[in-house]
Write a protein that binds this ligand. Structure first.
Ligand SMILES: Nc1ncnc2c1ncn2[C@@H]1O[C@H](COP(=O)(O)OP(=O)(O)OP(=O)(O)O)[C@@H](O)[C@H]1O
Ligand SMILES: [Mg+2]
Length: 256
């Protein structure tokens, strides 16, 4: 979909991933309505954070975008084609090394073995895991496995990257470092990112826009533009004028 902002010339038009009226009801004995009438417009190439109370339907939203659910209603345009996806929790294949995990999606895209392992090693180095490329997941910490999953998502150069709390297992210092590494990878690739997090500071550090979801069944309560200039880090954001007000506004939306 293309929407021209008022007064924009043709070449300035922004394309959007446009989600309209998305609803998901899980079946089974205790059928749960996870999403109802969710509207979300994400400008292509932007970094979009999604926050919401626990259990409201954030992971369900990403699964619907990946195409993992068959019980959804509503429209998603354009329909995502082979998005990269970092699911919530541990998603490394235990029988593959870190480098093989990262290279996994490249095989299906026809990239030769040498090149895919080379690309995997380089991405792991970008995420400070250069020395662990040949280790198996059980030899890595949870935070390291999360970084392997992030590297795997960036490896395939997808137009759309969906990440579900990918840094939740990291301690504060490591989280800050990986946030800046992740932003570096995204600045190079500039794919559209939808990034689920519980952490308001993380959303304000990474994203162009933050959408706060309601309690279940979730709809988009409000989308807020993050005005801080890039490149930026957590420390820059904390010191930026307006940070406190923005934090408080998002916090109030989450509490409401
Ligand atoms: N496969 C499933 N079958 C039935 N109900 C499900 C299924 N997956 C999720 N749900 C329900 O849908 C609702 C939303 O779940 P979801 O995992 O999307 O929430 P979330 O916002 O990601 O939560 P969290 O912040 O804890 O990760 C919850 O009530 C959950 O119990
Ligand atoms: Mg979740």
């Amino acid at each position: 979909m293309t929407i021209a902002p008022p007064g924009a010339r043709q070449e300035e038009q922004t394309r959007y991933l446009d989600i309209r009226g998305l609803g998901v009801r899980y079946g089974g004995k205790h059928g749960t309505e996870a999403l109802r009438g969710l509207d979300l417009q994400v400008p292509e190439g932007s970094f979009h954070a999604v926050l919401g109370p626990s259990g409201c339907g954030k992971s369900t939203l990403l699964k619907a975008l990946v195409g993992l659910l068959d019980m959804q209603v509503g429209a998603i345009e354009p329909q995502p084609r082979l998005p990269a996806y970092v699911p919530q929790g541990d998603s490394c294949f235990p029988w593959l090394t870190a480098a093989e995990n990262v290279a996994f999606g490249l095989e299906a895209r026809g990239v030769g073995k040498r090149e895919r392992l080379q690309r995997a090693r380089s991405l792991l180095a970008d995420l400070d895991l250069g020395d662990f490329a040949d280790r198996y997941p059980h030899e890595l910490s949870e935070g390291m496995r999360q970084r392997v999953a992030i590297a795997r998502a960036f490896a395939i150069d997808a137009d759309l990257l969906l990440m579900d709390e990918p840094l939740s297992a990291l301690d504060f210092q490591t989280k800050m470092r990986v946030q800046s590494e992740l932003l570096g990878l995204w600045e190079r690739q500039r794919s559209t990112v939808i990034y689920v997090t519980h952490d308001i500071d993380e959303a304000l550090t990474l994203a162009d826009h933050v959408t706060v979801l309601s309690t279940r069944p979730a709809l988009a309560r409000e989308t807020i533009e993050v005005p801080f200039s890039r490149p930026r880090s957590y420390r820059d954001v904390r010191r930026a004028p307006g940070y406190g007000d923005l934090f408080a506004r998002i916090d109030a939306l989450l509490e409401a």
